[in-house]
Write a protein that binds this ligand. Structure first.
Ligand code: C5P
Length: 212
């Protein structure tokens, strides 16, 4: 059983994906972390975006332990992730990693939940359920701002809002696997919902689809 969850930054995908994975005893992969790991390595090694070949070779060599690297959650790394993610060679190098997680989930799980930008369209087009999770831009920026503060990271609301707008624009307009809902995805707007309500709505969709 594969559940694909896509949507823009800070729409509530990760929280929902984790809860669905726990509820249905599925493995969970935050695919944003994979792009962040490539972005972080580029930042750490002092490469800029002219080093396309370097980004591709980092992506090819990525291993699961790289997803545990410290500092993947900062906005600087998110921006670099969004920049490396437009490179087709980076995306194709990371595709196999994601597909093999979905097809052969770890720890003997019977399936997986993956969240990202192109899971329902490219990575798992045959997923049993596809959700496209959105929320108004200002609401997403507020959520991300609070999350950064909670982590003890320095944050300025206006800057967080700009970062999110910039990433949304880049993620939606790139030619390789842009952020867009799959034609058979269920849309879930979380602007006015808390995480329990989002989970309850998703469970209703699961029941209606009859996949559990
Ligand atoms: O989900 P998260 O905000 O951690 O993702 C960081 C960046 O990685 C996104 O802005 C996007 O550019 C990229 N990404 C992607 N495809 C995915 C997941 C993330 O292009 N499936």
């Amino acid at each position: 059983m594969i559940i694909a969850i896509d949507g823009p930054a800070a729409a509530g995908k990760g929280t929902l994906a984790k809860r669905l994975a726990e509820h249905f005893e599925l493995a969970y992969l935050d695919t944003g972390l994979i792009y962040r790991a490539v972005g972080k390595k580029m930042v750490d090694e002092g490469f800029n975006l002219e080093s396309i070949e370097k980004a591709e070779s980092i992506a090819k060599a990525l291993s699961p332990v790289d997803l545990e690297i410290e500092g993947l959650r900062t906005d600087e790394v998110a921006q670099m992730a969004s920049k490396v993610s437009v490179i087709p060679g980076v995306r194709s190098a990371l595709l196999e990693f994601q597909r093999s997680f979905a097809e052969r989930p770890p720890a003997g799980k019977r399936g997986a939940v993956l969240d990202g930008r192109d899971i329902g369209t490219i990575v798992c087009p045959n997923a049993n359920l596809k959700l496209f999770v959105t929320a108004r831009t200002t609401i997403r920026a507020e959520r991300r701002f609070k999350e950064l503060q909670k982590r003890g990271l320095e944050a300025i609301y206006a800057r967080v809002l700009e970062d999110i707008k910039e990433r949304d624009a880049r993620d939606s307009s790139r030619s390789a696997s842009p952020l867009e809902p799959a034609s058979d995805a269920y849309q879930l707007d979380t602007s006015a919902l808390d995480s329990n309500q989002v989970f309850a709505e998703a469970l209703e969709i699961v029941e209606a689809v009859g996949i559990s």
